[in-house]
Design a protein around this ligand. Structure first.
Ligand code: KG4
Ligand code: ZN
Length: 351
């Protein structure tokens, strides 16, 4: 629709320089320049390298996204940017660029929450989110169950990881197995040739007295490392595919079990899964099965929209414009620990 808001979104919270252009709930362009290869030899994201890569990629990525969308910067109704949470230096590059464009073009600026964006991106694939939406957010930095009565103003955490994020567990286990970085896609691939029932790895926080919607993956990670270590000490070849499949099964079992339970207890009949780990094929299949059995409609964006990108930021920005939310102040801060309960950094917040 030509009358829907046209918004540019900028994402630089980690190692992806993402710029997206969205009109309402329609995706027009999604360009991602990743510095992931620069981090691979360190086995994890190096913040300083990420910041420098963002700085180099920022303007060309914005220009490419505008060109691909076939729109001019002057046509935009707003500029959205990830204000947090994320790496402070990395966020700062995106926030500074967004401020410069917003100021130069005289457009409203929306400093939005990375986690709410991971949820809102699904609108580009499956249309408007139902209200409330139950969301399972699983990424390299976060694992949370969130109830969102209104994605632009009201996001409520029901539970979260008490130690490692799900993606972090994938990355660490991949390192133990020598599968490289990032670990999620590598484990996903290797697990296809493995037996998910080969090794009974622990399911954290699933006891009757445990917090029903919190997660813990550090015990699982340690269990995998110990198991692999024991094999190596005994001189036995490590069955990498079986370990990958069994580990992946333990993670996805806990995630889907808790998400379905949250929907049931809150009386919500939709589940959205977002964040980088939502690209996992086993998680998608298991969630599909369990949601169908529980009468829950599952919404998972395609893998490219689950990992960090600019379109998700533009999607949330467009929703802010559509609902007439007040724009952020031009001196909005990049907030590395922006709480999940704050989808939009409000106007007039001290810089
Ligand atoms: O959302 P994201 O791109 O960045 C953060 O905000 O953290 O998530 C990155 C995380 C990494 O830990 C990566 O290993 C994981 O998502 N990931 C996957 C898959 N693809 C990416 N984990 C499991 N299976 C995958 N296919
Ligand atoms: Zn993310």
């Amino acid at each position: 629709m030509a009358d829907e808001p046209l918004v540019l979104g900028i994402e630089t919270s980690c190692d992806e320089t993402g710029v997206g252009v969205v009109r309402g709930t329609t995706l027009l362009a999604d360009v991602v320049a990743s510095s992931v290869d620069d981090h691979a030899r360190y086995g994890g994201v190096v913040p300083e390298i990420a910041s420098r890569a963002h700085l180099e990629a920022m303007v060309p990525t914005i220009e490419r996204a505008l060109a691909r969308a076939g729109v001019r910067a002057t046509d935009l109704d707003g500029i959205a940017v990830t204000a947090g949470p994320g790496l402070a230096g990395a966020l700062l590059v995106g926030v500074s660029a967004a401020k410069a464009y917003a100021y130069a073009l005289d457009k409203p600026l929306y400093g939005v929450n990375h986690l709410a964006s991971h949820i809102c991106v699904d609108q580009l694939e499956h249309g408007r989110l139902p209200e409330p939406t139950m969301a399972l957010l699983v990424s390299g930095g976060h694992s949370s169950l969130l109830l969102a009565p209104d994605i632009t103003t009201d996001v409520r955490p029901l539970g979260a990881t008490i130690d490692d994020a799900a993606g972090e567990a994938f990355d660490k286990v991949a390192r133990v197995l020598g599968l490289g970085f990032p670990g999620g896609p590598a484990i996903d691939r290797r697990a296809r040739d493995g037996d998910p029932g080969a090794i009974a790895f622990p399911r954290g926080l699933t006891g009757p007295r445990d917090a029903p919607f919190d997660f813990s993956f550090s015990g699982l990670k340690t269990a995998v490392a110990r198991w692999v270590e024991a094999q190596r000490r005994a001189g036995v070849e490590v069955p990498v595919a079986d370990v990958a499949a069994s580990f992946q099964e333990a993670v996805t079992d806990v995630l889907t079990r808790k998400a379905v339970r949250a929907c049931r207890e809150q009386g919500v009949d939709h589940l959205m899964i977002g964040g980088g780990v939502a690209a996992n094929t086993r998680l998608r299949a298991m969630a599909e099965e369990r949601c169908a059995a529980a009468g829950i409609t599952l919404r998972v964006p395609r893998p490219g929209l689950c990992t960090d990108n600019g379109a998700m930021v533009a999607a949330l920005g467009a929703e802010m414009v559509a609902r007439n939310r007040p724009a952020s102040a031009l001196d909005l801060p990049a907030d590395s620990s922006l709480p999940v309960t704050e989808p939009l950094v409000p106007a007039g917040e001290p810089g």
